[in-house]
Design a protein around this ligand. Sequence first.
Ligand code: SAM
Ligand code: SF4
Length: 383
Amino acid sequence: TKNTFLVHCHHVLILSKSSQFDGCSLFILSFVVYFQELAVPVGQRQRLNEEVLPFSAFLTDNFGRQHSYLRISLTEKCNLRCQYCMPEEGVKLTPRAQLLSTSEVLTVAQLFVREGVEKIRLTGGEPLIRPDVLDIITELRKLEGLKTIAVTTNGMNLVRLLPKLKEAGLDLLNISLDTLVPAKFEFIVRRKGFHKVMEGIDKAIEMGYNPVKVNCVVMRGLNEDELLDFVALTEKKPLEVRFIEYMPFDGNKWNFKKMVSYQEMLDRIRQQWPSLEQLPLGKTDTAKTFKVPGFQGQVGFITSMSDQFCGSCNRLRITADGNLKVCLFGNTEVSLRDVLRSGASDQKLLDIIGAAVGRKKKQHAGMFSISQMKNRPMILIGG
Ligand SMILES: C[S@@+](CC[C@H](N)C(=O)[O-])C[C@H]1O[C@@H](n2cnc3c(N)ncnc32)[C@H](O)[C@@H]1O
Ligand code: SF4
C-alpha cells in the first residue's frame, strides 16, 4: 500500500545513511524491514506510520505535496451573480438533501484536521448566507490542530455578521471586490451592493483583521484600467489587494483576450511605482506579493493562468454537495457524502481520500486545455 511504501522508503533512507553497509546488505536489510512492515497488522502499521511520518500519507500525493489546507464550500447559492463566476441564467442547484449538513461538514473537517489539515477556508457560493455558518466556525474552532479558519466572501453581509464571526473564531478574511466604481460593480456582479462591500472592508479593518485581503479578478475591457486605483488603496489601509488572473470555468465565457496576465499587470503598476518591491514567497503561497515602500498594505497576484503554482499546491476542496476535488482545474471528483451516508468507517473514508489524492496530477493542463475542458462553474466548486 501507499503507507507501507512510504514507511519502507523511510527505513531505506535511514539505512543508506550508514556507511557500514555495502550495497548488497543494504538491499537485503531493506527487504527485511519491508516484509516486517507488511507482517504488522494494519491498525498497528497505521500507528507506526504516525510515529514515522511527519505528515499523513493519505493527504500526501505522489509528488510529495502535503495537503494541509482544505477549502469547504458551504453553499451553491449566492446573493450576487458575478459574470466571471456563473452564467447569467444561473446554475441548477443541487436539492438541499444532497448537500452536506452541518454535522457532515464538521465530521469531514474533523477527519481532515486529524490527518494534518491546519487551515480551513469556508467558501461557496456565498458562505455567509448559510444560516449555520457561525455554528460551523464555532465548532471548527474547537478542533485541536486547526490553526487557521478563513472565509472568502463577497462582503454583502459582513457589516452585520463581522462581530459574531470574530467571536466565533474567524482568523482570516478575503473579500471580493473587482471595481471601485459603483456602476461598474453593478454591471460585473449583476446586482447592487457596492457600498455594503466597501463598508464591510472598512469594518474588517476596524475589527483588527490585518491584512484584510481583497480579491480582484482582472478582466480586459472591464476593470484593468483600475489597477492603479486598487494599488493606491493600499497606501492608507492595511489591505492586501490580490489581483487574480481571469480563469476559465463552465458558463463564464472566458477567452484568452479577456485575460490580463500577471506580467502585464506588474508592468503597468511598475510604471507608476518603480520602487515596488517583491516580498519573500512562502513555501505554499499562491500569491506573489509586492509592496510600495511606505504603503501600509501590499498587493498580490494570483497567477494560476500565466505562471501556475501547482508544484507547491497544498489545497483540497470539498464542494457543497460533498465531493472531494483535488484540483480546481481537474474534473475528477469523489463523493465523500455518499461514503459518509453509507455508514462507512473513518478508515474507509480515509482510504477513499488517500486514493483520490494519489491520483492528483502534477500540474493542470495549461490554460487553453482547461478552457476547453468540462468543469463546474466556479460557483459550484468554491474558489
Ligand atoms: C467563487 S467565490 C466564492 C466566495 C464568495 N462568494 C466571494 O465571491 O468571495 C471565490 C473567489 O473566486 C473568485 N473567482 C470566481 N470566478 C473566478 C474566475 N473565473 N477567475 C478568477 N477568480 C474567480 C472570486 O472573485 C472570489 O474571490
Ligand atoms: S464570485 Fe462569489 S459573489 Fe460572485 S457569483 Fe461567485 S460566489 Fe457569488
